[in-house]
Design a protein around this ligand. Structure first.
Ligand SMILES: [Zn+2]
Length: 303
């Protein structure tokens, strides 16, 4: 039981989780059993590591289980034992320096998709190319994943003024039907599908996520290097994050959830392909930790 000590704080906040009253039936389902039905690699390796307990990280000496959130490396688990995921687009994660590393789920993405994920600690961030990069961040002016590509294209055509104001949204509504049809065409399988997938998502090159508590996030998102980026919002997803963020609606996602749901939408709406679990393993650690907490909760309920 001692190895579960670190998760006690998660468990206690689980009790405060708001009751789900979703009106959309799929959202309701998702919230009830959010991590069911995922296509995941075997968790046996994590079971073994969990029974063994915490080990010292060979790089920083910190006491860790599964991975070191400071060094972004595995601890007590080998690379060959965990899934590695290839992502369809590059992902940059910007961490707030004050964010307690142990709480962050961003490191899950870096460990599970090491070739496609880059982490930055604010304020050390690169200059992003405004017409090729989007920021996943909710708020006024944010568009859906479905609308994103068209907005980027319109933005790069019309560089004067604020490129992302309104026209792309108006156009999107008219084109929604056409887009659905082309997605169907793509599913029926064209010979040069890979090539057409690439041109379908052009000019998008990178997707930026901010990893910090929601109170600190505003400061980062209004940084002038990010301010001009097209903002993309994941509107209908409910979090199953065990540390519910007090006072925030439960559509506010943990970073790994946000990345996962973004990619799922991207696969379906931008690549026009049927989703068959391609990125489910991004939730490899997350779903395991989630089930550990539920087990702890259940056994505490019995005693
Ligand atoms: Zn370390």
């Amino acid at each position: 039981m001692s190895s579960l000590d670190g998760y006690q704080r998660f468990y206690s906040s689980c009790r405060d989780k708001p009751t789900v009253t979703g009106d959309l039936s799929d959202v309701h389902e998702l919230a009830k059993e959010p991590l069911q039905g995922l296509k995941l690699a075997s968790h046996a390796v994590l079971d073994t590591a969990q029974q063994r307990g915490r080990l010292k990280c060979s790089k920083c000496g910190g006491s860790r289980m599964f991975f070191c959130y400071t060094c972004c490396s595995l601890v007590g688990v080998n690379m060959q034992e965990i899934p590695v995921i290839k992502l369809p687009v590059k992902i940059d994660i910007i961490k707030h320096p004050n964010e307690t590393d142990g709480k962050s789920t961003a490191v899950h993405a870096k460990i599970l998709a090491p070739n496609d994920v880059t982490m930055y600690t604010y304020p050390c961030i690169p200059e992003f190319e405004k017409d090729k990069v989007v920021l996943v961040f909710p708020g006024p002016g944010a568009v859906s994943v479905q609308e994103m590509i068209q907005c980027l294209r319109d933005g790069s055509k019309n560089r004067s003024g604020d490129p992302f104001e309104k026209p792309c949204l108006k156009r999107m509504k008219g084109e929604a039907h056409a887009a659905t049809n082309s997605a169907k065409d793509a599913q029926s399988g064209t010979p040069d599908e890979a090539q057409s997938s690439e041109s379908r998502v052009y000019p998008l090159q990178r997707v930026v996520f901010i990893d910090s508590t929601w109170n600190q996030t505003n400061k980062i998102s209004t940084d002038e290097r990010l301010e001009g980026l097209l903002k993309v919002e994941l509107k209908s997803r409910k979090t199953c994050f065990w540390r519910s963020q007090r006072g925030k609606p439960d559509t506010y996602l943990a970073t790994i959830e946000a990345i996962y749901y973004f990619l799922k939408d991207f696969h379906q709406h931008c690549l026009g392909q049927e989703y068959t679990g391609e990125y489910d393993n991004l939730l490899f650690f997350y779903s395991y930790l989630h089930s550990l907490i539920n087990r702890a909760k259940a056994s505490a309920g019995k005693s």
